[in-house]
Every structure is written in C-alpha cells, then in structure tokens.
Design a protein around this ligand. Structure first.
Ligand code: SF4
Length: 482
C-alpha cells in the first residue's frame, strides 16, 4: 500500500490555502474544466440524463461483479493472457515483482494509473531492483520531483513552469528553459530511451468489458500505447470494479469518462487490449498479465451504504468543481485519491477513523454530485461516514466519537429541540457578544475557546438583536392585519 498521510490533512490544507501560486493554478483548472464539463454533458445527443443511464449501468455491473470478472478472465485466458486476482495491495505488487524477477526486468515504463499509486507499486518494484519510469508527462514531472500526484488527471498541476524548468535542467542535463515545447521535447527524448530499454510495460485500466474480454486505456499523449506495446511483457492493473457487461454499455461510460475527465468528446488515444501479441502480428508484448485488485473494495461491496462508490471511474470531474479541493490542492488528502472522491474512498480503503479529517473537511455543497459523470451521490456517503464517526460501527472497526464531542452535540440537540430555551440562549448570546472584538462591519473577530477555531481564518456573524422567528411572526401579524 502506498504511504498514508491522512493524519496531516489539516496541516497540509493550511499550507495549500497559504500558497497563492497553487490557488491560482487550481482556480484556472476549475474554471476551464469545471464549467466545461457541465456544458459537455448538456451537449450530449442524449442530454445530461445520460449520467443517470450510466449510473444504472455501473450499478448493474457492480451487482454482478463476480460473473463479469470471471467472464473477462476467461476471455483473456482464451486469448493467451494471464489473470491474477489480488486480495491485497501486497499480493498485487508481489505478483508483479514475481513476473519481473522471472523475466529479469530491470526497467519498467508505466502509463498513468491511480490503482498502482494506491498499492505503492513503484516503491515496491524499486525494492526488487526494478526502475519504474512514469511516462505520462505530468507523472514524469512529479516523479522527477520525488513527489506524488496532486490531481487524478493533471498530476503536476501544483508545479510551476519555473519549477519544471529547474527539474529538467537538473535531471535531463538540458540548458534551463521555460519554453513548453522545448521542455516537452526534452521529456520525449528522455522517455524514448526508456521505452526502448524497458522490458516491462505497466498500465492501469480505464474500463474493461466482459462481453468482448478486453481492457481499455484512454490517454492524450500516446505514452500508454508505447508502454503497452513495445516491452516484452505488459502488466495491467485494474480495480476490481472497473468493468461493464456489454460493449454498448462500455461505449456510454467511455463517452462520459472523456467528457468528465477532460471535456473531450473522445480521448486522443483509446486502446483495446485483450491479450498478448498473436502469431503473425508485428506489435504487442509477448506476455500480457491482468492484475485485478480488491484491496478493500469487497468491503465496500458488502456495505449497501458505500456500494455506490464502486460506480466511480476516477474521471476527476468532482475535483474540478469542489470548493475545498480548489483551495487546498490534492496533497492535503494524503493518499492516491484527492477531492470529493478521495474524501469518501480513502477513509473506506485506509480506515474511517484514520481518514476522518478528509470526510469532515468537505462542505456538502453538492457540486460534486452535479458534476459526477456517473451521478454518484458523494454527499450522501460523506454523511454516512460522519454518522459512523459519531456513532461508531463495529463492522468498520470504528469506536463512537469521544465523550466530550458527544456531550457537546447532546447539549446542542437539547437546545435546538426546545424553542423557549433556544431563544433564551440567543438572548444571552446577544448580550455576551458585546464583550467580543468586532470588525468594522460588526462581525465577531474572535470567539472564545472552544469555538476559537472558527474565527482563526474567518469572522463570525453576530447574534441578531431580534431573532428571525420573532421578526417573522411580527411580519405575519402585520400582513394579516393589513
Ligand atoms: S466520484 Fe464521479 S466525478 Fe468523482 S472521480 Fe468518481 S466518477 Fe468521476
């Protein structure tokens, strides 16, 4: 499993908020993709309602995962490929390391894949003496910098052109330049050498189809095609949920994936792979291996509250509209997945208590559901996670939240469910707030502990001199009279 740093969410979020360069980069990304995606859904011949159709397709596939995965595995084996079902991250990387050892692989080229980030494949293969080179330009930049991706589709969105210029000058030995075509050319030249030297190509899987027995990859750079065809062996990793039953269903999901991910009608390179090179064919690997990764997904499948999360195709559309992601960036989420999808998936994969800050940090504004290409109800699942944190859940190994927090919420419940008491508390608040420092606009600048956290980064509205309910009743009386 890759390193889990969810405990640093608050610290990293603060760092992100304080970084104006990151904020500008994220604002640009959200402006371009966030708005564009909604428009792209509207322009679909079937209209934005196609997202609900896709949701139904994905739900049906998830309900029949066992049958579909068996069918896919059978077809791939018939075509000469190998399929391995990995229950854990460790099993998945050990299987890949075993293939590398058997074939004496020293260099592996990899196309962008979030599931391999999740299972920590690069570090595990490095420990077995295999150099893994990322070939997606963004991933390559992040790898040279010794960092992790900060966005599912745009992994290096947090890097400035100047930082990339420094990195390339240092690692590729070229004269320092900030000119994008020259930087791209330098990366392409360096990567070509790796493509030609590599014995193993590694890819993710955007979607598999049980009917045809193929997996597919979608990219805009063509790097995955090189990684999957030039080397002697191709190892593809897929989360066990990334499958649909039929080709006509596959086509609907693919169209939505491209719109949700990059506001395109179709990705530049869509590859369909069902096995190794056949006799007489000039391209393709000698061996093809598909590793189907569970790593906690069966647990989600078994819980009706979270099964819907398996409909996710990691298109990243939810990141591009999320106000929280747009302020803090992807590194704050401390694992392979960021944004709203990360706030739900990461706690489920790595531990709900461990990932508590991620699901508590989201605003529940609902923008992610509206943008989701698969129409997944992320806010509902965030609330489910919060309920588990409060009430505990033995099935997920979560104890109820601590005594003090429970007491505070009990007190709050007692207050808001008794109107007379609530009004008296407001009156007392209206008097006591006079002791607190104010902004020129009259807002409270600093609350006393334990509420002081709220006013660390924003002001608090004062308690109205006359409560809304009383004003409303007065107005109604006046309206009735007149
Ligand atoms: S939750 Fe929806 S929008 Fe977010 S990555 Fe998954 S499919 Fe895409």
């Amino acid at each position: 499993m890759s390193a889990i740093r969810t405990d640093r969410y608050v610290e990293e979020a603060r760092r992100g908020i304080a970084d104006p360069v990151l904020r500008r980069a994220l604002a640009g990304l959200q402006e371009r993709f966030g708005r564009g995606t909604a428009e792209a859904y509207r322009r679909l011949p079937e209209g934005p309602g196609l997202r609900q159709t896709a949701h139904a397709i994905r739900e049906k596939a998830i309900a029949h995962l066992d049958i579909l995965l068996e069918r896919l595995a059978r077809r791939i084996r018939e075509n000469g490929g190998e399929v391995f079902f990995a229950a854990t991250a460790e099993e998945a990387v050990a299987h890949c390391a075993g293939i590398a050892r058997r074939l004496g692989v020293k260099i592996a080229v990899k196309g962008k894949s979030m599931v391999t980030e999740e299972i920590g494949l690069n570090a595990a293969l490095a420990a077995h003496g295999v150099e893994v080179v990322e070939t997606d330009l963004g991933e390559y930049i992040v790898q040279l910098a010794g960092e992790t991706p900060s966005h599912i589709i745009a992994p290096a969105i947090h890097k400035t052109r100047n930082e990339i210029a420094d990195l390339f000058a240092q690692h590729l030995g070229i004269p320092r330049t900030t000119d994008p075509p020259r930087l791209t050319h330098a990366a392409r030249r360096a990567l070509r050498e790796k493509f030609l030297a590599a014995d193993m190509g590694i890819s993710g899987v955007n979607l598999a189809c049980a009917e045809t027995g193929h997996i597919s990859t979608v990219s805009n750079e063509g790097n995955i095609r090189m990684a999957t065809t030039l080397a002697r062996v191709h190892v593809a990793f897929m989360g066990m949920e990334r499958i649909v039953a039929r080709l006509d269903e596959y086509e609907i999901i693919l169209r939505l994936l491209c719109r949700g991910a990059s506001v395109q009608d179709i990705g530049t390179y869509v590859s369909f792979i069902g096995g190794p090179r056949r006799p007489g064919e000039s391209d393709g690997p000698e061996e093809f291996h598909l590793v189907v990764v569970d790593n906690g997904r069966s647990r989600m499948l078994a819980d009706p509250r979270f099964r819907e999360m398996l409909c996710c195709i990691r298109c990243a559309a939810c990141l591009n509209v999320c106000p929280v992601y747009g302020r803090i960036g992807g590194h704050a989420y401390g694992f392979a997945y960021s944004g709203p999808v990360g706030a739900v998936v990461t706690p489920l994969l790595t531990g709900i208590r461990r990932g508590r800050d991620l699901c508590l940090g989201e605003t529940l504004c609902g923008a992610c559901k509206d943008a989701c290409s698969m129409d997944i109800d992320l806010p509902r699942m965030l609330l489910e996670l919060r309920a588990i944190l409060a009430e505990g859940d033995p099935g997920w190994g979560v104890e109820p939240s601590g005594g003090l927090e429970r007491q505070v919420w009990k007190l709050w419940e007692g207050l808001v469910s008794r109107p007379a008491l609530y009004e008296r508390a407001l009156q007392a608040g209206a008097v006591l707030q006079r002791l607190l420092p104010r902004t020129p606009a009259g807002w409270i600048r600093r609350l006393p502990p334990p509420f002081s956290g709220w006013t660390k980064s924003r002001d608090f509205p004062p308690v109205a001199a006359e409560p809304f309910r009383r004003r409303f009743a007065k107005r109604r009386k006046e309206a009735d009279r007149g």
